[in-house]
Design a protein around this ligand. Structure first.
Ligand SMILES: [Zn+2]
Ligand SMILES: [Zn+2]
Length: 325
């Protein structure tokens, strides 16, 4: 497909700086973009081409995208295609259930990121809520948990860098570097909530990453800015190099999650050893304490959630909850 000058202007205006426009100097994260005055809506073909370049296309079945002049809106149910929970050795007894990141509760990624005069460090703040969104529709929280500890080093994360929060909401606390294998090294694996993209372990052209700032980011030769995921702290964007609004230590706007059962305590000595999806809307988590196996079998029908807890002797207890919303 050929991109006309008119398409180019529309894409640029809407912040879709993409690699097929790279010859013109536009990339995701370019802070300087045209004013979108009076531009007609993008054609579906052009949007889908742009989204391919933005890295979301591989997840088109589960992640929906739309946009206005200000934001890229991302809808998902917060459940990744990969297995979850296995490998966690410090577990709060929460489990992943689908979330309603849709409509007015969709993710909003600024299309015109702006470098902040006073960047916000995630070392000392942003302990609440997400700081980025992975292209598979899973939120990414601060690498430090809400007590200020490195969640990865404390054994709180599964093999994919995630776990379930108090609303039984699955999220990562480190960069989901495995997504690079799906989207390609030349595409972002996530977007920080300031709008700047997060790439994997290499530059988009495959070259080595050099000279990252304290936010795990750097300016590009053409004046853009982006972050990288890394294997060591801060793992993900180490704060917000771009302009964001922070309210109560949390970036706004961002979707709400709502706990529907009492917050639980860490389960001493437990290691999560299995997680399966035996049927639609049905999950089976296996954990071990001192080599003995326990299970949490749970699932939902509409907004009614049933949990079956099975102890090492095979005794079962059942709890039922209605999830609001
Ligand atoms: Zn968490
Ligand atoms: Zn880079």
């Amino acid at each position: 497909m050929s991109i006309t000058r008119r398409d180019f202007l529309r894409l640029s205006a809407y912040g879709f700086g993409t690699t097929f426009l790279a010859a013109c100097g536009f990339r995701p994260g370019d802070p300087a973009l045209l004013n979108p005055t009076d531009l007609p809506a993008l054609s579906p073909t052009v949007i889908s081409q742009a989204l391919t370049e933005l890295g979301f296309e591989a997840f088109a079945d589960t992640v929906k995208i739309y946009q206005d002049e200000q934001y890229l809106y991302v809808e998902s149910n917060g459940m990744p295609a990969h297995q979850m929970m296995v490998g966690i050795t410090s577990w709060q007894q929460q489990v992943p259930v689908p979330q309603s990141y849709a409509g007015s509760n969709a993710w909003k990624i600024p299309l015109h990121p702006v470098i902040a005069e006073n960047p916000v460090s995630a070392k000392t703040s942003l302990y609440r809520g997400a700081i980025a969104l992975a292209v598979n529709g899973i939120p990414i929280f601060n690498a430090l948990n809400n007590r200020g500890d490195d969640a990865l080093l404390y054994g709180e994360l599964d093999e994919w860098g995630g776990h379930a929060g108090r609303a039984d909401d699955y999220h990562y606390h480190v960069a989901p570097l495995h997504l690079s294998e799906i989207v390609g090294m030349d595409k972002p694996i996530a977007y920080a909530l300031d709008g700047f993209p997060i790439y994997g372990l290499t530059e988009p052209d495959g070259s080595a990453v050099t000279a990252l700032d304290e936010f795990n980011g750097h300016f590009t030769a053409d004046g853009g800015y982006h972050y990288h995921g890394t294997h060591t702290y801060p793992y993900i964007n180490g704060g917000m190099r771009g302009v964001v609004t922070v309210n109560g230590d949390q970036i706004e706007p961002q979707p709400r999650t709502q706990p529907f059962r009492d917050s639980l305590q860490p389960l001493q000595g437990a290691t999560i050893t299995g997680f399966e999806t035996p049927a639609d809307n049905s999950y089976a988590l296996e954990y071990q304490i001192n080599g003995q196996k326990y299970y949490v079998n749970y699932g939902f029908n509409g907004n009614v959630y049933t949990f079956e807890f099975v102890d090492a002797a095979g005794n079962k207890t059942t709890e039922t909850y209605t999830k609001p919303g």
